[in-house]
Design a binder for this molecule. Structure first.
Ligand code: AMP
Ligand code: MG
Length: 395
């Protein structure tokens, strides 16, 4: 049996290579950019007026002129005009091109008008004031967004500015979710006394939706032959198969054997952890990976967050930084297993503190509803003191 750290290390060693694909910018949010985006023109592309007011030669004000004759209006979106003779100005609007010859913009708030004469109220007018100089943010040909950037709304703004209606992003893996077990019935069906509703498939599908992945859902019965037959086509059509259940020691836990018959290269089976000890991970021919999560809803949930999510992050080239939190009360756990303790996180004077959520074990779904994270208490320790700091996984 391997440790949690080793298991994660092995999972990350088998990260996927994801090919680029083109998507409309409107669908690119949260995806990872697979191309370098260069500025196609300077930004701003021209000397841009940043306040409504009048454009003039600052030097004339500095030399003592206080009244300027207004000869016209330069609107945003209109081709650039030119300033007339000394003693004249043009009204200019925010976003307009700075008229040729002008060196400053005096906002309306600092002028008064009488007919076509503008009188400067400001004490001083400096060259360059209220002008956003061409190319001062970025120059044509410069890299605006680097490859590997996660596309946030701010990145969307930059891509739109550069006219990228279509963008190259990393494709997402095709994922199948297979729940197993003869006791499971569809959630819309009324279960008989010996049956339960199939919840893991929905939980995993929802978690994947948060990653922009729409997974296909399957249910496999507790029969080796039927499992095998279904898995042949599922493995053909998906790069990732997430299985829940049938990986423990039960009489009907056929998955490890069936997967092996289908060509599984087992990377590990069993991790020194609770919950989720029977977890299995392996690869299949054709760059496929298989995560076999134990069926207990909490085990499935914890294993998804601890192993699948970092695998996906790594495959997308995104950082997988470990967060830490401080235990806010003593906890004891005897078995030589890493104990993933459900906790509620809160901030205390800038320190992330973790309050344990009372749970009855792997099957305790209610703990999932209360917890905001899992604190991983190491296997080599049995007593964990208030104030000690441990790795934490947000859920
Ligand atoms: P297994 O890992 O197959 O031994 O299942 C462990 C426990 O999880 C059993 O009590 C199962 O009934 C339950 N279980 C397995 N799969 C699911 C599922 N998809 N939804 C809800 N409970 C499940
Ligand atoms: Mg089962």
């Amino acid at each position: 049996m391997i440790s949690v750290e080793e298991a994660l290390h092995l999972v990350l060693q088998h990260k996927a290579t994801l090919a680029p694909e083109e998507v409309p910018l409107s669908q690119a949010l949260d995806r990872v950019l697979a191309q370098e985006v260069l500025a196609d023109r300077d930004f701003p592309p021209f000397d841009r007026v940043t306040m409504d007011g009048i454009a003039l030669r600052a030097e004339e004000v500095q030399a003592g002129t206080t009244t300027f004759h207004v000869t016209g209006v330069q609107a945003a979106g209109a081709p650039g005009m030119a300033l007339g003779e000394p003693g004249t100005c043009l009204e200019v609007m925010t976003g307009a091109m700075l008229p040729q010859g002008a060196t400053a913009v005096v906002p309306y708030e600092s002028c008064s008008f009488l007919g076509h004469e503008a009188y400067i109220l400001a004490e001083q007018v400096l060259p360059g004031q209220n002008i956003h100089k061409q190319g001062s943010d970025s120059k044509a040909g410069e890299v605006v967004v680097t490859r590997g950037t996660r596309i946030t709304s701010a990145v969307v703004s930059a891509l739109a500015t550069e006219g990228r209606a279509q963008v190259q992003v990393l494709s997402l893996p095709r994922v199948a979710i297979c729940s197993t077990g003869d006791e499971l019935v569809p959630i819309a069906q009324h279960p008989l006394p010996h049956q339960i509703r199939q919840s893991n498939g929905f939980m995993l599908a929802a978690a994947l939706q948060e990653e922009n992945i729409t997974a296909s859902l399957y249910h496999l019965p507790d029969s080796a032959a039927e499992m095998k037959e279904s898995l042949v086509s599922i493995l053909q059509e998906h790069e990732v198969v997430l299985l829940s259940g049938a990986v423990s020691k039960g009489k009907f836990d056929f998955l490890p054997q069936v997967l092996e018959e289908l060509g599984l290269q087992l990377v590990f089976h069993k991790i020194a952890q609770k919950p989720g000890k029977p977890m299995l991970f392996g690869t299949m021919p054709g760059q496929r990976v298989v995560f076999g999560f134990p069926g207990n809803p909490v085990s499935t949930f914890v294993c998804y967050h601890l192993y699948f999510k970092p695998w996906l992050q790594a495959s997308l080239g995104l950082p997988t930084a470990q967060a830490w939190a401080q235990l806010d009360q003593d906890v004891s756990f005897k078995p030589a297993l890493t104990y993933h303790l459900p906790v509620v996180l809160h901030n205390q004077s800038g320190c992330l503190r973790a309050t344990p959520v009372t749970s009855t074990g792997s099957g305790d779904l209610t703990s999932l509803l209360k917890a905001t994270a899992y604190l991983s208490l190491p296997a080599h320790q049995t007593t964990f003191r208030e104030g000690e700091v441990f790795p934490v996984t947000l859920i």
